[in-house]
Design a protein around this ligand. Structure first.
Ligand code: SF4
Ligand code: SF4
Ligand code: SF4
Ligand code: FES
Length: 947
């Protein structure tokens, strides 16, 4: 295996219907209109020397190394900034050009440390390559004159350094930060010899920098360089794989030395990220080899006993015998399992197969229950499929973007950069969010409308937007007539036109002035292609499904589904939450969303798996926990989920876990749920296995093994072993065979295979005979369900009410540097940005309670109370407080209630009535947490264990 070097055409590849033909070095070449001379030369394999140009950035023309000669033109124009023209005759090499290039290079090198042989970038430096390419041997000017060799190094960022002495002032970093990332953290200060890169007059850590790594990637020298490369040396080989954090699904080259990952470099051919990254995928992978990894299977009789390390055989045999014993004693339905959105499609498929086939029931659920289950239900009811409608690239064609209940710059940063680029290019933005999220106002972006609605009122706001569209005659009549069920539409239009749905009537509920709602609705309906992007701020409500349907109604009424730049687009949370849903992780559905009572589908699975399957939907996670507390549900197999931290009403969750006789946790760390477990199976990180993840745009990406599983088995291998021990045989030699089975059993995956994924890079489902290359955009000529179905979306306020005891509303979310329950990011340097969860509170509410910035405050709800530090913030509106849930010791979910979505049981994380007061001690729950952190995690190493 070699290091994958991607070809750099120097300037971006253009797309145009107009082609032009020119001659370069005596050879004719035809390129799209707008292509630079440099890229035209590259298209025929000629790489013109360059320093300030790279194909991810628009050309700048500052280094003058890329000069060429063009017949009939004076001088030596820069090939990067000169557009190719029909009939042009270009020479990229001759004696005069070579002499000039050497002169340019000599100037650079005379002000550059001559430490190539000991430099961390030796062999991976464009300056070094170019010096060789232009044939520079000696520098005539000496190094005595004025130079930058003593310029200081900025070491502040935990992941990369800025060695100013090596900077050639090419500004690639500045342009990367502006054009690709959209953060504008860097500037080029001064002019000529005095020009230097500045992170806003401070160091990188103190600047606006979000550590996305785009500047590091763009830098042609070792000025901006990964600390891991400095420590470990330049990598030797690379493997293309997929980030294991969020639902954007960025592709990376894992660049390795032996089995050690030196760095993760975003892959230019990645369908989701096109060479960009965020701090998590780019830098926060150290958790995979963190000392906290548990690599030995363990068992114990009671959760108060210390763990005993045992061999895989012993652990698997023990788990299997416990499941069998419990089913024999308490009945077939007394056991179940939870699949993981962190694991691969293949692993998820196997866990649900084990539950249906070996346990003989449908008691399988997944963490999508607590995030995007309303998306599945809402979109399949209205449009006919349980997934987003567009690919990410579609946003580049949007004229109006409505972001509701999502915070893309923190939650889905790489997609946010793409969206911000389109906004800087002129698309209009509507943000509906209780908080002033970054998108509302950031460099060169300002939302046309920020609708700061009160948590819990999404449906009222969406209805009000549609009310304006219906009553002001802004319906796209042709589209609705042609594409939608007219009876349903007419019923909906009558309903939505009712006065109680008007902006004026709903303003008292939502807190958003009617005039702003009217203006936003008019913009959405008349501004061109309009797209909706949403997140958990929509779904995690008692009316999550209703809100998803209300968005589908809004999009259908304005003709905004089935075309570029439009659509209803869920920003999925976890890396493989889409895949976990697709793979049959819900208790009522097989893979491909076929109901378990569908005889034809069930028979197909029975025939392939060789066992009878239950036609009755199984238990959802909350039902399993309720039944456990009541004593009828007794054992659970949990792969890669931490429900004790991530699910609402922690004390109820842990009561359920405590009540079970056997909890099997398969994870890379001894997580919070493992405190209540009896069997621990070491999990494997994304670096340790083959498989696929499916991202928010239905894109199936390959995950490739770059190192051996630290615990000895990949997760899928452990599931196979458990299934075999349970007497339900499974036999696969590689995950590709599992995908072949998925393809045989799942119509929307029928055309998917590893061979095709390797050939094409990725595939968006449906991928089958009708769409062999996949489907970037859904519902193009007709809805998957036939006619689009408008649904009535009556606003029903949540039962969670504020009052004298709990007067504030708590809403939760996440931040850029940490990820969900923090199991991974807390074990990386990312914690430098977010060491603890804090409570954001408006100055008005803080003052009323005598709370100062940084004070420890008690946060109490009807479910429980915790203590955390207060941060006074004007991003909040009065009456609403906000926190994250990245740190187990905070226990944010001790506060959240067990109210949930009417259709899917998705918990109402986003609305909890709370009170805040100053305190000087942790809450009782937190004190107990610290105690149990010791008492329930003891490990006793048995002699000869792990053989
Ligand atoms: S790491 Fe990203 S945000 Fe930070 S300066 Fe570089 S490009 Fe800008
Ligand atoms: S830091 Fe790197 S990319 Fe930025 S100007 Fe200097 S050499 Fe160019
Ligand atoms: S945006 Fe998401 S998938 Fe991409 S690098 Fe960041 S965390 Fe990973
Ligand atoms: S690469 Fe063209 S001027 Fe620098």
């Amino acid at each position: 295996m070699a290091l994958i070097k991607e070809f750099d055409t120097g300037t971006p590849i253009r797309v145009s219907e107009t082609l032009i033909t020119l001659t370069i070095d005596g050879q004719q070449v035809t390129v799209p209109h707008g292509t630079s001379v440099m890229a035209a030369a590259a298209s025929m394999g000629t790489q013109v020397p360059k320093l300030c140009a790279t194909d991810s950035l628009e050309p700048f023309g500052s280094c003058r190394l890329c000069l060429v000669q063009i017949e009939g033109r004076r001088g030596y124009p820069a090939s990067c900034t000169t557009p190719a023209e029909a009939g042009m005759v270009v020479h990229t090499e001759n004696g005069a050009i070579a002499k000039r290039r050497r002169g340019v290079m000599e100037l650079y090198i005379s002000d550059h440390p001559l430490t190539c042989l000991t430099c961390s970038a030796n062999g991976d430096c464009e300056l070094q390559d170019m010096a060789g390419k232009v044939g520079l041997r000696d520098v005539r000017y000496g190094y005595e004159g004025e130079n930058h060799l003593a310029a200081p190094t900025d070491d502040s960022n935990p992941y990369f350094t800025f060695e100013a002495s090596k900077c050639i002032a090419c500004s690639r970093c500045v342009r990367a930060c502006e054009d690709i990332q959209g953060t504008f953290a860097l500037t080029m200060e001064g002019r000529g010899f005095a020009s230097k890169i500045s992170a806003g007059g401070t160091d990188f850590m103190g600047s606006e920098c979000v550590s996305c790594g785009a500047c590091v990637q763009a830098c042609p020298t070792a000025t901006l360089n990964e600390k891991a490369v400095i420590k470990l040396g330049t990598p030797e080989h690379s493997v293309v794989t997929t980030c294991a954090y969020c639902g954007v699904g960025c592709s990376f080259k894992a660049e390795m030395k032996g089995e050690t990952v030196v760095r993760m470099v975003p892959y230019k051919d990645g369908g989701a990220n096109a060479g960009h990254s965020c701090v998590k995928g780019r830098f926060a992978f150290g958790y995979a080899t963190h000392k906290d990894r548990k690599t030995k299977p363990m068992i114990r009789a009671a959760i108060t006993d210390p763990w005993q390390e045992v061999s895989w055989e012993v652990a698997i045999a023990h788990a299997a015998s416990e499941f069998k014993r419990i089913q024999a004693k308490h009945g077939q339905n007394s056991v179940g399992g939870i699949t993981s959105s962190r694991c691969t499609n293949e692993e998820t498929f196997l866990v649900q197969k084990l539950i249906r086939g070996a346990f003989g029931n449908n008691n399988v659920d997944t963490c999508a229950r607590v995030c995007h289950s309303p998306t599945g239900y809402g979109l399949s009811t209205t449009l006919g499929t349980s997934a987003g409608t567009q690919d990410f690239a579609s946003v580049e064609h949007s004229d109006v973007i409505l972001v509701i209940g999502a915070n893309p710059t923190d939650g889905h940063p790489v997609f946010a950069s793409r969206m911000k680029r389109r906004l800087r290019d002129g698309a209009k933005l509507i943000v509906a969010d209780p908080r002033k999220i970054d998108l509302v106002k950031s460099p060169h972006i300002r939302a046309q409308h920020h609708l700061p609605l009160l948590p819990g009122t999404n449906v009222a706001l969406l209805n009000a937007l549609s009310h304006v569209i219906v009553t002001e005659g802004l319906i796209n009549q042709d589209y609705v007539r042609e594409r939608c069920d007219l009876d349903a539409f007419e019923g909906w239009a009558r309903f939505i036109a009712m006065e109680h749905n008007s902006p004026e009537a709903t303003a008292a509920l939502t807190g958003v002035p009617a005039v702003d709602v009217r203006a936003a609705a008019r913009l959405f309906a008349t501004g061109g292609a309009a797209a909706i992007y949403y997140g958990l701020g929509i779904t995690e409500h008692s009316q999550g499904t209703t809100a998803v349907m209300a968005m589908a109604n809004l999009a259908m009424a304005t003709g905004n589904i089935g075309k570029l730049g439009a659509g209803v687009n869920p920003l999925r949370g976890q890396n493989n939450v889409q895949g976990a849903c697709d793979m049959g992780s819900f208790p009522h559905e097989f893979s491909g969303y076929r109901h378990v009572s569908d005889d034809a589908a069930r028979k197909m699975f029975e025939a392939t798996w060789g066992v009878p399957l239950s036609a009755d939907p199984g238990l959802r996670i909350p039902n399993m926990l309720d039944d456990a507390v009541e004593g009828t549900f007794k054992a659970l197999y949990i792969q890669g989920e931490d429900i004790a931290q991530s699910d609402p009403d922690t004390q109820h969750v842990t009561a359920g876990l405590r009540a079970m006789e056997c909890v099997v946790v398969q994870d890379i760390f001894l997580n919070e749920t493992a405190k209540y477990a009896h069997v621990f199976l070491p999990g494997s990180s994304f670096l340790e296995k083959d498989g696929t993840f499916t991202n928010a745009e239905r894109r199936i990406n390959r995950v490739r093994k770059v190192m051996s599983p630290l615990g000895g088995l990949a997760d899928w291998e452990a599931t196979v072993a458990l299934s075999n021990a349970l007497g339900f045989p499974m036999s696969y030699s590689h995950p590709s065979e599992i995908m072949d089975e998925i393809a045989r059993l799942t119509p929307s995956f029928a055309g998917v295979s590893y061979a095709k994924l390797d050939e094409l890079g990725s595939l968006q489902w449906p991928c089958n005979e009708a769409a062999p290359l996949g489907t970037p955009m859904m519902h193009v000529d007709r809805f998957v369900r036939g006619k689009g179905r408008f649904m009535l979306t009556d606003f029903v306020p949540t039962e969670e009410r504020t009052g004298a005891r709990f007067p504030l509303i708590l809403t939760t979310g996440r931040i850029l540097s940490q990820y969900n329950v923090g199991a991974q990011t807390r074990r990386t340097e990312n914690s430098r940005w977010h060491e603890e969860d804090v409570l954001e509170i408006h100055p008005f509410d803080a003052e009323n309670r005598g709370v100062n910035d940084g004070d420890l405050v008690a946060l109490a709800s009807r479910s429980g109370d915790i203590a955390l530090r207060a941060r006074i913030s004007e991003r909040m509106q009065p009456g609403v407080v906000y926190t994250t849930f990245h740190h187990a010791k905070t226990g944010a979910n001790v506060i959240t209630t067990d109210f949930s979505d009417w259709a899917t049981n998705c918990p109402e994380y986003k609305v909890t009535a709370v009170q805040v007061r100053r305190t000087n001690r942790p809450s009782d729950w937190q004190a107990k947490f610290f105690e149990e952190d010791v008492s329930l995690t003891r490990i006793e190493v048995a002699e000869g264990a792990g053989d």
